[in-house]
Design a protein around this ligand. Sequence first.
Ligand code: MG
Ligand code: FE
Length: 169
Amino acid sequence: MSDARKYVDQWLRDAHAMEKQAESILEGQVSRIKNYPELAERMQAHLEETISQRKRLEACIERRGISTSGVKDVSAKFTAMMQNLGGVFAGDEVVKGVLASYAFEAMEIASYRILAEAAMAEGDFETAQLCKEICQEEEAMADWLKEHMPRITTAFLGHAASENADAKR
Ligand code: MG
Ligand code: FE
């Protein structure tokens, strides 16, 4: 097996684990957000997109005949980092959640750019196309977060005066 093929297989498994992690982080965030309807709506939309990304990756993994036995190990590698990103229950969790989501999207964008290039090098243009397509969805989410960050911050500071923890998220 060529090196490119070997690494594309490995990185597709990593991407699949990453999307499963994204799914659980987004579910958690959507369920906890109370006072930021725009943010909740965009995250819900990206959650649905993320589930579709996972399914498209599964079809790709199946088409390439990749064994998925290593998936669980890979997923564990992400878990520690993602707990820091997704599980912040402090008073400023909305702001920290936006920060963490932006960082997560940057990781996804890099992952798919690398995968698309490696798949091209291997000659699997269908996989390269899929990775470019998913990358665009991640870029759209990153752009949305970047654009809305100031207004979410301002809204948070407005809510922050409240003693009620629920009012802040
Ligand atoms: Mg994703
Ligand atoms: Fe994403």
